[in-house]
Design a protein around this ligand. Structure first.
Ligand code: FAQ
Length: 332
């Protein structure tokens, strides 16, 4: 039995010698960088945390198709259209691997989608912003996929086997996505004055929401301490955000466009950039449903689910017919 006063570290995570034998053995496996597999014993809170994070990640991939899907029919060339179509399809695939990874933890796909459609499960705040020009497609690839990779490369080494393995292919594909976005930005920045202004405008609008993708500051991140102890997260929100800024600012310099932050300065001592205060009120507003496109995005997903009912019914009817045909006659 747990003692009344459980010893925790400064971040509120239970100490090894306070754990029951099963939980302690589990934590020791994590500490030894062992992978946890679906049939292994795991604390209920570990299972729940993973279902929450993996399903929100899956929802982000699927909702994330919408802002870019908006430009498939308006891509400037046939080649750009084909590339964008492939990218948007990849995002659907990522959603599928991730829903499968969540299902290995005992959640059903229907339950997870029901939570999304009811507005109970989150998806990344970034996808609640509109794509106003073609340059936004460049900015999404460059910044949004760039931020996604920064967060997901470490997840390839996270403690839960199915999640870590799903991340390997996802990261390879996201890396192509990031390059195609940067390529669009390079073409625009080397183009006419108007095209370069369009690229600058996209950077102005996507920069701060991209920094918000990494989540609240460490001091306000409710899940980080426990998730890091379980190696579901390997770096904190602020650490990854800093790495992203340090990687991306020189890329903006190369493009010849300016990051919209008057407080951005290279800090020799820390070997990284100092940057301005993020508008956390905006972040919380978007999370609560008050972003520019929250209603539209969720509405589109609910409509897709409802419109697809005939197809799911057809699949079920076909599966039942096949199962009935395979049943031995004697069973009747
Ligand atoms: N948006 O305590 P923390 C992509 C929520 S994939 C919305 O720090 P945690 C691919 C958080 O869920 C992008 N909600 O939480 C693509 C929690 O709420 P809850 C998605 C956010 O989990 C590219 C609460 O705030 N990537 O872009 C956000 O330890 C282009 C407290 O926060 C992933 O999901 C946010 N930005 O850390 C597709 C990666 N930030 O659940 C199409 C996996 C925080 O208590 C086109 N996830 N919240 O109600 C993670 O690494 C983590 O879950 C974090 C948040 C880092 C997102």
């Amino acid at each position: 039995m747990y003692t009344q006063n459980i010893k925790t570290d400064s971040l509120g995570v239970k100490a090894l010698d306070e754990m029951e034998p099963k939980e302690r053995a589990f934590q020791e496996r994590i500490n030894a960088d062992d992978r946890i597999e679906p049939k292994d014993w795991m604390p209920e809170a570990y299972r729940k945390t993973l279902i929450r994070q993996i399903s929100q990640h899956a929802h982000s991939e699927v909702v994330g198709q919408l802002p870019e899907g908006n430009w498939i029919s308006r891509a400037p060339t046939l080649e750009r259209k084909a590339i964008l179509l492939a990218k948007v399809q990849d995002e659907a695939g990522h959603g599928l691997y991730l829903y499968c990874a969540a299902e290995t933890l005992g959640a059903t796909r229907d339950e997870l989608l029901e939570q999304l459609h009811a507005g109970k499960a989150k998806y990344s705040s970034i996808f609640n912003y509109p794509t106003l020009t073609w340059a936004d497609i460049g900015a999404i690839g460059w910044l949004v996929d760039g931020a996604a990779i920064m967060n997901q490369v470490p997840l390839q080494r996270c403690s839960y086997g199915p999640y870590s393995r799903a991340m390997i292919r996802v990261c390879k594909e996201e890396s192509f996505h990031q390059r195609q976005g940067f390529d669009i930005m390079m073409k625009l920045c080397a183009g006419t004055k108007g095209q370069k202004a369009m690229a600058q405008d996209a950077l102005n609008r996507w920069w701060w929401p991209s920094l918000m993708m990494f989540g609240p500051p460490d001091g306000e991140s409710v899940h980080s301490a426990q998730s890091m102890a379980w190696k579901i997260k390997l770096y904190s929100n602020d650490e990854l955000r800093q790495k992203f800024v340090d990687q991306t600012v020189p890329q903006a310099d190369l493009l010849g466009i300016k990051v919209p932050d008057p407080d951005l300065r290279w800090n020799e001592d820390k070997g990284g950039y100092d940057f301005g205060e993020i508008d956390w009120d905006e972040f919380h507003r978007v999370l609560k449903g008050g972003g520019p496109c929250n209603r539209e995005r969720l509405g589109a997903r609910v409509k897709a689910w409802e419109d697809g009912a005939w197809f799911r019914d057809g699949l079920m009817a076909h599966a039942e017919k096949k199962a009935a045909a395979a049943r031995p006659m004697a069973a009747e």
